[in-house]
Design a protein around this ligand. Structure first.
Ligand SMILES: *[C@@H]1O[C@H](CO)[C@@H](O)[C@H](O)[C@H]1NC(C)=O
Ligand SMILES: *[C@@H]1O[C@H](CO)[C@@H](O)[C@H](O)[C@H]1NC(C)=O
Ligand SMILES: *[C@@H]1O[C@H](CO)[C@@H](O)[C@H](O)[C@H]1NC(C)=O
Ligand SMILES: *[C@@H]1O[C@H](CO)[C@@H](O)[C@H](O)[C@H]1NC(C)=O
Ligand SMILES: *[C@@H]1O[C@H](CO)[C@@H](O)[C@H](O)[C@H]1NC(C)=O
Ligand SMILES: *[C@@H]1O[C@H](CO)[C@@H](O)[C@H](O)[C@H]1NC(C)=O
Ligand SMILES: *[C@@H]1O[C@H](CO)[C@@H](O)[C@H](O)[C@H]1NC(C)=O
Ligand SMILES: *[C@@H]1O[C@H](CO)[C@@H](O)[C@H](O)[C@H]1NC(C)=O
Length: 416
């Protein structure tokens, strides 16, 4: 009888022991996840099944050797704050909470404790306050996306310490101040020699675009600085970054002439300098053989005839220069460029006869020349897609063409 009781006791003890041993998740990591679960609404249903995230495979949680190594909860309608507790997941490699607009509040400095983190994606949430300096301690970070939140304050110079960073996206926030550049005492974004992407667009950044930001040691592919309040001139050193493919400086307050060094950037396929106060001669882009999208609208360039590159850039698909000071004849050769699709040249001073030639690229969809000074259109005209000449003398009521389709007021294009 006593033996029976003893056996029963042992059996109970043993099974309880197995139960304890079978708690797979590191207890500290489990505690952090339970605390996150309590601070968030709409966590996945699998998070309610047990208190052992690694064992019962909580959705979005990745483990390695009982430690939580990944947390991926993009677009889950999560609501709540990201408290400093998360800093306890010291083996975390990847944290993606993007596109949960219900996530609010500031980022806590303890995020900087995640020393093994290489991917941090918090895009498309509603985080606010300043970007903590401590993010500069995440020495393994290669991907940092804080875009489309409500962060304010300055870009922390400490981000310049992220020597492995490949992707830096701070776009579409309320950031102010200047772009931090390294000094003897402080790091800066010029030190990010591995970075391929600087997306700092759609903020309220100001000051000059520092020429020290760029060097031939950099490997940038995308440089997006559009939609800020940058002043001063376009730095000559930009011409050193031969890897550049997309360059957007539009919608700032940049002035002065465009440095001829930009013409060295033979890999750039998108160049947008629109909506600034750039002046002087129209830039020579004839060396930018990969260019397919160019927008120089709304600047203050010297009046000039269409530059030669209008007729020679082999990859050009979209040519936009609205509200410019182009004059003389629209070059006929433009319309036979092999990849051309859109020509948007309204509000310039092109005059005389429009002759689109007889080898118009069949891909060409739109030629918008409204409000120029064009007085005639060559009779041989064969172009069947949209041509807009409204507001040119050729469409004046005294002209025989005034009833032609190309003279009709353009339909309001819906804003995207
Ligand atoms: C798991 O962690 C070990 C080191 O603790 C590491 O060597 C290994 O690459 C990791 N495995 C995965 C799939 O991340
Ligand atoms: C979020 O998920 C919904 C449905 O699950 C999907 O329709 C939507 O496109 C996703 N949004 C993003 C930004 O991924
Ligand atoms: C980070 O990873 C390394 C090796 O992969 C490991 O030795 C270290 O303990 C991890 N954690 C922290 C906080 O550095
Ligand atoms: C963003 O922050 C500003 C103040 O910095 C506030 O006025 C605004 O309502 C916030 N927007 C959102 C979407 O949270
Ligand atoms: C651009 O090319 C020209 C002519 O090859 C050269 O003189 C100039 O130094 C180059 N600029 C940069 C910034 O590399
Ligand atoms: C471009 O310039 C024209 C004429 O100055 C102005 O009416 C228009 O609002 C400007 N557009 C933008 C987006 O700055
Ligand atoms: C077109 O404009 C140019 C430059 O303003 C001018 O020299 C030329 O005489 C004009 N041609 C016609 C036909 O109006
Ligand atoms: C244009 O159309 C109006 C009415 O639709 C007509 O009265 C006028 O004569 C036409 N003008 C020409 C130049 O064909």
């Amino acid at each position: 009888m006593a033996t029976m009781r003893m056996l029963l006791f042992l059996a109970i003890f043993y099974s309880a022991g197995i139960c304890m041993i079978s708690s797979v998740t590191d207890p500290n990591d489990a505690a952090v996840l339970l605390s996150l679960k309590n601070s968030w609404q709409n966590t996945p249903p699998s998070w309610d099944k047990s208190n052992d995230p690694c064992d019962s495979r909580w959705e979005g949680v990745t483990c390695n050797n009982s430690r939580v190594s990944g947390l991926g909860l993009s677009n889950m309608s999560l609501k709540g704050k990201l408290y400093g507790d998360i800093g306890g997941l010291t083996e975390l490699r990847s944290l993606d909470l993007s596109f949960n607009p219900g996530l609010t509040g500031p980022l806590f400095p303890r995020l900087g404790n995640l020393k093994n983190l290489s991917i941090l994606i918090l895009a498309g949430c509603s985080f606010n306050g300043e970007i903590p300096d401590e993010l500069g301690n995440l020495a393994e970070l290669s991907f940092l996306a804080l875009n489309s939140n409500n962060f304010s304050g300055a870009i922390p110079p400490s981000l310049g310490k992220l020597s492995k960073l490949y992707w830096l996206d701070l776009a579409d926030n309320q950031l102010t101040g200047t772009i931090p550049i390294s000094t003897y005492h402080s790091p800066g974004l010029d030190l990010l020699l591995k970075a391929k992407h600087f997306h700092l667009n759609k903020n309220q950044l100001s000051g000059i675009i520092p020429s020290k930001l760029f060097s031939s040691k950099m490997a940038l592919i995308h440089l997006l600085l559009d939609g800020n309040r940058f002043t001063g001139t376009i730095p000559v050193t930009l011409g050193l970054i031969k890897t550049l493919e997309v360059l957007r400086l539009d919608t700032n307050a940049l002035a002065g002439s465009v440095p001829s060094d930009l013409n060295n950037l033979t890999n750039v396929n998108e160049l947008n300098l629109a909506h600034n106060y750039l002046s002087g001669p129209l830039p020579d882009l004839s060396g930018m053989n990969s260019l397919n999208y160019v927008d120089l609208s709304n600047n203050s360039f010297d009046p000039s005839e269409a530059p030669l590159w209008f007729s020679t850039l082999p990859s050009l698909t979209t040519l936009t220069m609205e509200f410019g000071s182009l004059q003389g004849v629209v070059p006929e050769k433009l319309f036979s460029l092999p990849n051309l699709q859109l020509v948007k040249l309204k509000y310039n001073a092109f005059n005389d006869t429009l002759n689109m030639g007889d080898s118009i690229n069949p891909q060409l969809q739109l030629v918008d020349l409204q409000n120029n000074q064009i007085s005639r259109i060559s009779p041989g005209y064969e172009y069947k897609n949209t041509l807009i000449l409204f507001g040119n003398p050729v469409c004046s009521s005294s002209s025989g063409a005034s009833n032609a389709t190309f003279c009709q007021p353009p339909r309001q294009t819906t804003k995207s």
